[in-house]
Write a protein that binds this ligand. Structure first.
Ligand SMILES: Cc1cc2nc3c(=O)[nH]c(=O)nc-3n(C[C@H](O)[C@H](O)[C@H](O)COP(=O)(O)OP(=O)(O)OC[C@H]3O[C@@H](n4cnc5c(N)ncnc54)[C@H](O)[C@@H]3O)c2cc1C
Length: 286
């Protein structure tokens, strides 16, 4: 279980044992099936007989992810239980078309004690915070009166975007990497970013190998293409234009190449230390 700012995420499936037993093997099986004379069943038997070292599987999977050959990583799925998030968040989340969702209904559930999310920026302005809470609570009082007289599906029209909700989300690794790439970006909206930090933390807990793949998309791409980072304030990766400018200088022979093996595909500062502490603070806008 991971909880941040009232947002709770549990990775329901797989558990560590299932992940260890099947996930790398399944991806390896899909890759090898494409390039081997052997039948998939024969390849699977080799894997099960321990004839394929884990490092070999990892190397192949990493190269598949790096080169964008995505179908092979569509064979493994992750199911998350998500609670305490606002409808503002879920409206964004359900836009992703390769994930499956089941969300608490506002038609069939008559809420006795609806809850809501108070953004930190509002909380920090005492007058606004008070007015916001009064307004939402007044809405909820009227809702509670309304559900005595009209269907919940109509009373819910009163709910603000801030109202909290729960859902189950299942997605394959390819889509999870894609979603995390967008939603872990430092320019993503704070609440959905907090959710994906929780998602990454949960995956890290069962498999640092797969957890490390959940990173802002610039980490995979090598540059940042976000319009609002043209000033380069987020330093995870340089803006695309800057990279192309430098490349152009290099191409014209104005720069010399220096040996540098310090660049990692999934840099250590995006990972979590052994205690599970989140070092994400290092990525914030300076
Ligand atoms: C920072 C940010 C700001 C946003 N702002 C807005 C906004 O102001 N208004 C708004 O409406 N939305 C907004 N969105 C949502 C965005 O437009 C997408 O709806 C959302 O990111 C999910 O779509 P996706 O492209 O990421 O792909 P997913 O639905 O997650 O699909 C994954 C990939 O599959 C492929 N794919 C999926 N469906 C198709 C298809 N039909 N045809 C071809 N390829 C497909 C694409 O390669 C896609 O990238 C925002 C998203 C982000 C991250």
């Amino acid at each position: 279980m991971t909880e941040r700012r009232g947002i709770r995420v549990d990775l329901i499936f797989p558990d560590r044992a299932t992940c260890d037993l099947y996930y790398k093997s399944l991806i390896y099986l899909s890759c090898r099936t494409c390039y081997s004379e052997k039948s998939p069943s024969e390849i699977w038997e080799d894997i099960r007989a321990g004839k394929v070292p884990e490092e070999k599987m990892e190397k192949l999977i990493e190269s598949v992810v790096a080169s964008g050959h995505g179908t092979t990583i569509e064979h493994i799925n992750f199911t998350f239980a998500i609670s305490g998030v606002s409808r503002t968040l879920t409206h964004q989340l359900v836009r992703h078309r390769h994930a499956s969702f089941d969300q608490q209904s506002q038609r069939y559930v008559k809420f006795k004690h609806p809850d809501f999310t108070l953004p930190q920026s509002v909380e920090e302005v005492p007058d606004l915070s008070k007015a916001f809470q009064q307004q939402v609570e007044a809405n909820f009082e009227l809702y509670e009166e309304m559900v005595q007289q009209v269907p919940a599906e109509d009373a819910r029209f009163l709910f603000p975007n801030a109202v909290k909700t729960n859902l189950i989300m299942t997605t394959n690794l390819r889509e999870l990497i894609h979603m995390s790439g967008l939603r872990l970006c430092t320019l993503a909206q704070w609440e959905i970013r907090a959710l994906f930090k929780g998602i990454r933390h949960e995956v890290m807990n069962i498999s640092p190998f797969f957890g490390k793949m959940l990173a802002p998309h610039c980490v995979h791409e090598g540059y940042c293409n976000e319009y609002n980072n043209r000033d380069g304030h987020c330093r995870i990766r340089p803006p695309k234009e800057q990279v192309l400018r430098i490349w152009e200088k290099y191409r014209r022979g104005e720069l010399i190449e220096a040996a540098d093996d310090s660049i990692q595909r999934f840099p250590a500062h995006l990972q979590e230390d052994e205690s599970g502490a989140d070092q994400e603070g290092m990525l914030e806008k300076k």
